[in-house]
Design a protein around this ligand. Structure first.
Ligand code: GTQ
Length: 361
């Protein structure tokens, strides 16, 4: 067989394969061999990219949104943090949604419930509250607050219009995950605000004093019975551990929030973390399969991110947000020291037995 006939054999075969693909396509099928590499990649190949939202860039738009639409009209007045590589999909990673919600003094964000779980991480301002299952909790900067799946919730601001200012918090929801599973339900409340039937902080007294009731059914199923984790307690723990020198070379001082009745994550779909990087911290690099969203609580620093020869460096300050996608190598640094809140879909990876983390040196 000479070269020319070998060449025409190859061309003929390619034509035959194309015709075959077209023929099976008409029957709702396609050939695996065309897509196998992409379907089963040798390592995670997320379409997500690292991204950084500076608070100074975001705040003017949050304030402007307060003049364009009321919280009541909007139901939730939120600017969604969209991954630059996934615009239009309302997500920050493939599985997670993040947004910055703003409520003005005197406003109410009306009552509704949905199967999506939500976390609130308070970014700035005082005087707002969120209500869950008949209890209101004040929202103070640094507080981590949960809205368990299918619980009625409304938000409000006790302040007065001309005297007080906006309250802003980070919303983290498993919206893309529930969309993936086609498992989302939602309904609006009959009243704007739910009736308050319990004193503030009762959930924390009952479940948050390192004790549990003698007999209890978990009030929120697989979600933590504590729905408000105040920052002052978290901060005290992190700073005490720092003073004690309990510093990890990758994470600084990092703790995970727990559901006190299981020791597991506070929500079945999202894990939440708070870490303190001591002054002069230059962390070692790591990568993990769970893409994570960060909110800067105090101080400043930088994160360097690398994947397949591409590099990003974000210099962050208070109230900034950034995302480290799956299997991107990252390292954290801070000259003055800082505190970082983060959340990811790690509990789902762990439940499925597919979580992987590599700590590099
Ligand atoms: O506060 O219930 O950012 O339902 C997106 C969807 C917040 C909320 C969001 C929501 C909420």
């Amino acid at each position: 067989m000479d070269n020319t006939s070998a060449g025409s054999d190859i061309a003929a075969l390619a034509d035959e394969r194309r015709a075959f693909n077209a023929a099976i396509s008409a029957h709702g099928m396609s050939p695996l061999w065309e897509v196998l590499h992409a379907l089963v990649p040798p390592s995670p190949a997320t379409p997500c990219v690292p991204a950084h939202w500076r608070y100074a860039d975001v705040l003017p738009f949050l304030k402007q949104s307060g003049q364009l639409i009321t919280a009541e009209q909007a139901v939730r007045r939120v600017l969604i943090l969209e991954n630059p590589a996934l615009r239009g999909q309302s997500c920050i990673t493939q599985s997670l949604y993040a947004g910055l919600q703003v409520i003005m003094p005197g406003e109410v964000a009306p009552s509704h419930r949905h199967t999506q779980s939500a976390l609130r991480f308070v970014v700035e301002g005082n005087g707002a509250y969120t209500a869950v299952a008949g209890e209101r909790t004040l929202m103070n900067p640094g507080d981590f607050i949960i809205t368990p799946s299918w619980t009625w919730h409304d938000h409000g601001h006790y302040g007065k219009a001309e005297v007080d200012s906006q309250v802003v918090w980070l919303d983290g929801l498993d919206i893309p995950m529930l969309r993936f599973f086609d498992a989302g339900f939602a309904e609006n409340g009959s009243a704007q605000q739910q009736e308050v039937t319990k004193p503030e902080g009762i959930n924390l007294n009952r479940y948050g004093a390192n004790m549990l009731p003698m007999r209890h059914d978990p009030p929120f199923g697989k979600t933590s019975p504590i729905f408000s984790y105040p920052y002052d307690r978290t901060r005290e723990a992190l700073y005490a551990l720092e003073r004690h020198g309990d510093i990890d070379a990758w994470d600084g001082v990092k703790l995970r929030y727990t559901n006190p009745s299981t020791g597991g994550s506070p929500m079945p779909t999202m894990g939440t973390f708070m870490q303190r990087l001591p002054p002069g911290f230059a962390g070692k690099p790591w990568r993990q399969t769970d893409g994570a969203v960060f909110s800067v609580v105090e101080g400043s620093g930088s994160v360097s991110i690398e994947r397949a020869g591409q590099k990003w460096t974000f210099n962050f300050g208070p109230r900034d947000h950034f995302v480290i996608p799956s299997w991107h190598t990252a390292r954290l640094q801070s000259q003055p020291g800082c505190v970082l809140f983060s959340f990811s879909d790690r509990p789902v990876h762990e439940a499925l037995g597919i979580h992987k983390e590599e700590r590099l040196s």
